[in-house]
Ligand binder design. Sequence first.
Ligand code: GAR
Length: 192
Amino acid sequence: MRVVILGSGRGSNAEAVLHAQQDGRLGAARVVQILSDKPDAGILALGSRFGVPASYVDPAPFKTKLEGPGEDRFIDAIQAARADLVVLAGFMRVLKPKFLGAFAGQIINLHPSLLPAFPGLDGIGQAFRAGVNVTGCTVHYVTLEVDAGRIIEQTRVPVDPGDTIETLAAKVHAAEHALLPAVIARLSQAAR
Ligand code: GAR
């Protein structure tokens, strides 16, 4: 299973997936390409560290969605990598019908809350401010409605009385780093 990872940020989840691959914990999946919509994103530095091609793709003309020429450039890059699975690991853009249609049923997203609770931006902060006892992270299929596609797997993370936003974020990120590689490995086995 050829995996392309898309991200806009530091890439700690992509790094967890690449470590899993190195350790033989990614099943029949192999990361073949990393793509970012931010030229200086940390995720792009993983390419040389792990020997995986990593490229910036110009997402213009929009700021928060992927549509039009930028969408076409991403579609072309992913098709050129012959992806079987597209993994959104902190890719902070809303996807549109053309992109979703090009990879129908093959796009998964990682989100830092127990969806359907706290979709959208800052899932960890939303949960913290709401004062919930439990939050977590979710891997789900991507559909037009943001953060609403079929849930594949979730991990629960308790919010302890002494937690700050920082300690909670660290726990949710640790849960994400375990969940995402495990889901990719499982999908790769199911696809065999
Ligand atoms: C992760 O916490 C991921 O759940 C979140 O961005 C972070 C990326 O971190 N994604 C979203 O909020 C999507 N709505 P990373 O760049 O270190 O992997």
